[in-house]
Design a protein. Structure first.
Length: 410
């Protein structure tokens, strides 16, 4: 491989040309680069249509990669941040900041590019090494980091991301590239006596959301809308629906059932489906993996469907003359209570995940949610002591049955 690179470099140099490898994702993101044959360093240029930040990663996935994140700072230059990524959360600021911005501009900047910067780094070093078989990642967002002048600033979740499997940044190239500091911008030009040879690569696994974000809408607002919908669906609605079914049968008559169906099916059920669809439409895949909140949420949604089916069975199989509580009724109770608790827990994990990917969840939001859950628990304790569970129908021998629901402490 080394001999091949040397021969290729000599041929290109003698013929007045040099080679760079390039990958582009339509008119939104491009990376172009190669290996400086004089120093052995890898030099690559990022061109992104994003207005917040753009990143290029070395590694097969976010579970094992080194990320180079660039964003426009207060001097209209570029802040470069090297990050270590070991999970699908915010990549952490790396102790290895040896990668530097370069003045060398490897090709003209396209008109659609908003963030453009060139990085120079060793091919082999503390960071993930780069060879001809390396897999790369790309990501971008229109939301700037919290502190645009700080390389360690938190930044928001990506709106577009992808995997690059066919880019070769070890392509030998003649690159006299001076190194600049953290706030530098690319302003150099390629040698005018050499001909640039571009070797295009095509991503075989780039990932985009099903729908682009509407104008003026951020991915953060999508996630917060999802959270509000799930809060109503899995904290407010189940509390009301279960309270009515357990304590209000004798006071509401037939309306207890209608209200229970409204809150548990139309509010919790349909709102859950709508909230899931909202994220699926605007989040880049994969969905329901890479995190406890997503997997647990999917499990809750599946069990919710089973619970709805059990509710229909309980209604259709109900007999006012029953002398005991059927097993499907007991299962409906157990599933309902378990789902309500699981839903509240997953709202907490959702807030934690929102923070882990760089968004702000205030202490007031967390405390407020705790107060609401506490009030719900107190309400149920008081109702259990003062009212007790009210069964629908008479749990007694048929000859003792009347049309009045029975109060029970069980």
């Amino acid at each position: 491989m080394i001999l091949y690179s040397v021969i290729l470099y000599v041929v290109m140099y003698c013929s007045g040309s040099y080679a760079l490898s390039r990958f582009c994702q339509s008119q939104s993101y491009c990376v172009i680069g190669g290996q400086d044959s004089s120093t052995g360093d890898i030099i690559f240029t990022i061109q992104s249509a994003a207005q917040g930040w753009a990143a290029f990663g070395v590694g097969p996935s976010m579970f094992d990669s080194t990320m180079y994140v660039g964003y426009i700072n207060s001097t209209n230059g570029i802040t470069l941040s090297t990050r270590d990524s070991h999970s699908h959360t915010l990549p952490q600021y790396s102790s290895d900041q040896s990668a530097k911005l370069s003045h060398y501009e490897q090709m003209p900047t396209p008109s659609w590019a908003k963030i453009v910067f060139t990085v120079q780094r060793p091919a082999i070093g503390p960071a993930k090494s780069i060879d001809s078989s390396s897999t790369f990642l790309f990501a971008m967002s229109d939301i700037p980091p919290e502190s645009i002048d700080s390389p360690s600033s938190p930044f928001s979740y990506h709106t577009i991301r992808g995997i690059i499997r066919t880019l070769d940044l070890t392509s030998p190239a003649f690159m006299p590239a001076p190194v600049a500091g953290t706030n530098a911008t690319s302003n150099g030009t390629a040698p005018n006596d050499l001909t640039l040879v571009i070797m295009d690569s095509v991503s075989d696994n780039s990932v985009l959301p099903i729908l682009p974000l509407p104008p003026g809408v951020t991915y953060e607002s999508i996630l917060r809308a999802h959270g509000i919908m799930m809060f109503v669906a899995w904290t407010i609605s189940p509390a009301i629906g279960i309270f009515i079914a357990r304590y209000m049968k004798d006071r509401l008559g037939v309306w207890w059932f209608r209200l229970h169906v409204f809150f548990m099916f139309f509010v919790t059920g349909l709102l859950t489906i709508a909230a899931i669809i909202l994220v699926v439409l605007y989040k880049t895949p994969p969905h329901f993996t890479n995190g406890f909140h997503r997997s647990f949420g999917l499990a809750i949604a599946i069990v919710m469907i089973i619970q709805i089916i059990l509710g229909v069975i309980c209604d259709r199989m109900f007999s006012p003359n029953r002398t005991s509580i059927p097993i499907w009724d007991k299962l409906h109770w157990i599933f309902g209570r378990s789902l309500a608790v699981a839903g509240m827990i997953n709202i907490i994990t959702g807030m934690s995940m929102l923070q882990s990917i760089g968004y702000v969840v205030t202490v007031g939001t967390k405390a407020g949610y705790g107060v609401i859950v506490g009030c719900i628990l107190i309400g149920f304790i008081v109702a259990e002591v003062m009212l007790g569970q009210i069964h629908h129908g008479k749990i007694a021998p048929p000859e003792l049955n009347d049309k009045t629901p029975e109060k029970s402490v069980f």
